[in-house]
Design a binder for this molecule. Structure first.
Ligand code: RIB
Length: 299
């Protein structure tokens, strides 16, 4: 069984569905409101578990009912939470989200307990990191925590994926710790200052791979040796794009942990994301392995 360790955030998503997103100063009427589990790290952990991996999640939640929601979904999905810390000092993260009829979203994250995840928490989870095939992390925790997780994974020869979301400026030395870097277009621009889609200008270290998620244009990858490729999207009826990037990263992590070659891993990741956007919600919209295999088999 592929072993994936995810270091990252948990938020409770407070999602309002509406015909179109409001402009500044405008009030629009919503159609539906849903409260559910989210957070990029936890979404990725849930998706990886549904794809069949043995998953450990490392993060922090508050001692509140929203934190309980995290514990419930991780327990239901069989995710190891030995290294989830419950923090009595801070509230669990929340994310008010707006989704329009085209499935596009706007998200605000109030990260709360996620920002208290410390390098000491990561050290306490070293054995879980050391025994993983792949470590996956993002930027909804403090950079020093994500960075330390990447360092420990490297020390134990565990493959590393850094999903640099939400967009933030990163030190070159942190970027260098990622075997796989998985930005979207705006994150790519924030990280490297390159024009949209200009993968050729991105400086990669030896052995590093850049996988760009380009929305409706699919995914592009480029390896440090100059090779690269493109995976078109699987066309689907889009309901809610929230969590699509998380689904993609989980798919990539699981496929790489299972030893698949990069083109197959990117196809698997794209199929996972394609199924995620057909349903409302984030963690709850992540597909099961059989659905992804069926979509890939029907191509
Ligand atoms: O990627 C989607 C996620 O971003 C949401 O679940 C929200 O919590 C924010 O973290």
């Amino acid at each position: 069984m592929a072993r994936v360790v995810v270091v990252g955030s948990f938020n409770v998503d407070l999602t309002a569905y509406m015909s179109r997103l409001p402009l500044p100063g405008e009030t629009v009427q919503g159609r539906e409101f849903v409260t559910g589990p989210g957070g990029k790290g936890s979404n990725q952990a849930v998706a990886a578990a549904r794809l069949g991996a043995d998953v450990s999640f490392i993060g922090r939640v508050g001692v509140d009912s929203f934190g309980e929601m995290g514990l419930q979904i991780w327990s239901k999905e069989g995710i190891n939470t030995t290294h989830v810390v419950r923090d009595p000092q801070v509230a669990t993260g929340v994310a008010p989200i707006w989704v329009d009829d085209g499935g596009e979203n706007s998200i605000v994250v109030v990260l709360g307990a996620n920002l208290a995840l410390s390098t000491a928490d990561i050290d306490a989870a070293e054995s879980a990191i050391a025994s993983a095939d792949v470590l996956l992390t993002q930027l909804e925790v403090r950079q020093e925590a994500a960075r330390h997780a990447l360092e420990l994974a490297r020390r134990h020869h565990v493959k590393t994926i850094l999903n640099p979301a939400p967009a933030d400026v990163l030190d070159k030395s942190m970027i260098a710790l990622a075997d796989y870097l998985t930005p979207n277009q705006s994150e790519l621009q924030t990280l490297f200052g390159v024009q949209e889609g200009d993968l050729e200008s991105v400086p990669l270290n030896d052995g590093q791979t850049l996988v760009l998620t380009a929305g409706g244009d699919g995914a592009y990858w480029r390896c440090a040796d100059g090779s690269g490729g493109h995976q078109p999207i699987f066309p689907m009826d889009v309901v809610d794009t929230t969590g699509a990037g998380d689904a993609f990263n989980a798919g990539l992590a699981v496929a790489l942990a299972e030893g698949h070659a990069l083109p197959q891993a990117v196809a698997f990741a794209s199929a996972t994301a394609a199924l995620c956007v057909t349903r409302p919600g984030t963690a709850n919209s992540m597909p099961q392995r059989a659905e992804v295999d069926a979509l890939l088999a029907g191509r």
